[in-house]
Ligand binder design. Structure first.
Ligand code: FAD
Ligand code: A2P
Length: 264
């Protein structure tokens, strides 16, 4: 019904609440929508004035999926997420089907080992890329580093990673290639510390039994977090000799903002 009135309206098919600040949901996919795993789109809800409230969201599902998945923060007073967090199965959301973004395989030169570096909801584009066959066909190994303040914030990522090897489409491709390194910074858990520190002090290599350090010859990276995180990780990667790439000029690493912070 809704789709006939507005072609940008899609229907929610599933909602999962992970913590009081994080949830994921799935929506129907417009037949015409083509995207590359790792890209983002604008989604939203009708505003009170009738004008839609739209925000950028990474598509968390891979390009081959029949539906679209999103992984979202709940900002208590956020214009969109104060409403979006209450969305129910069967309800409509607005989706502008113009995918864009730099966290795509096309923006990287060929390499052997791929690093996905994320904080918080910056995991979302990697939820897509981890389920993308090209990721596993292109690289010998993939290291997924995800850091949050507290352990329960890692659960969406952990559940997704745990399901990968059982996935009928990519399970065999993934086997033996994935190195997962979830860390917390403000609560005890198996692995601790900031991504920047664990790369520079070599802890991630020691804990996972990987060869270090990163080199421009072997390593490629995709980065998604707050502006401060992205800036600091870029400096670390540049320190290892990696150069930033883009869709028009592929290189060794690419960056996307997970959100635009207060006052930035
Ligand atoms: P806003 O007014 O948009 O934000 C209010 C404040 O909340 C911000 O100033 C910031 O301090 C904080 N904030 C906003 N988003 C986040 C976040 N994700 N994590 C931590 N703090 C945040 N958000 C997602 O939840 N999932 C995504 O996959 C996602 N992808 C994005 C991709 C891009 C390229 C960009 C630029 C943003 C993305 N965002 C994502 C952020 C999203 O666009 C909105 O900001 C978010 O949904 C909150 O909307 P809001 O209207 O409720 O509050
Ligand atoms: P920390 O707890 O040490 O600040 P936030 O919720 O503030 O966006 O942070 C999410 C995660 O990213 C936290 O674990 C936080 O660590 C880490 N983090 C925040 N800023 C940076 C940064 N500039 N460099 C590395 N890690 C960061």
């Amino acid at each position: 019904m809704n789709q006939q009135i507005n072609p940008d309206l899609q229907t929610v098919t599933a909602v999962t609440h992970w913590t009081d600040r994080l949830f994921s949901f799935r929506v129907t996919r417009p037949q015409s929508l083509r995207f590359r795993s790792g890209e983002f789109v604008m989604i939203g809800l009708p505003g009170d004035s009738g004008k839609p409230i739209l925000r950028a969201y990474s598509i968390a599902s891979p390009a081959w999926d029949d539906e679209l998945e999103f992984y979202s923060i709940k900002v208590p007073d956020g214009p969109l997420t104060s409403k979006l967090q209450h969305i129910q199965v069967g309800e409509p959301i607005i989706l502008r089907p113009k995918p864009v973004g730099t966290l795509v395989h096309d923006a990287l030169k060929p390499g052997k080992r791929l690093w996905f570096l994320a904080t918080g909801t910056g995991f979302a584009p990697f939820a897509s890329l981890l389920r993308e066959p090209e990721t596993w066909e292109t690289y010998d190994s993939v290291v997924m580093m995800h850091t949050c303040r507290e352990a329960d914030e890692l659960e969406y990522g952990r559940a997704l990673v745990e399901a990968l090897e059982a996935d009928p489409l990519i399970g065999e491709l993934v086997a033996g290639k994935l190195h997962y390194y979830p860390t917390t910074t403000r609560e005890e858990s198996r692995y601790r510390g900031r991504i920047t520190d664990n790369l520079v002090n070599g802890q991630v290599f020691a804990d996972l039994g990987l060869d270090g350090p990163l080199t421009a010859h072997c390593d490629r990276a995709m980065v998604c977090g707050s502006l401060a995180f992205n800036k600091d990780v870029a400096a670390v990667l540049e320190g290892f000799g990696l150069e930033e790439g883009s869709n028009s000029a592929p290189a060794d690493y690419v960056i996307e903002k997970a959100f635009v912070g207060d006052g930035i």
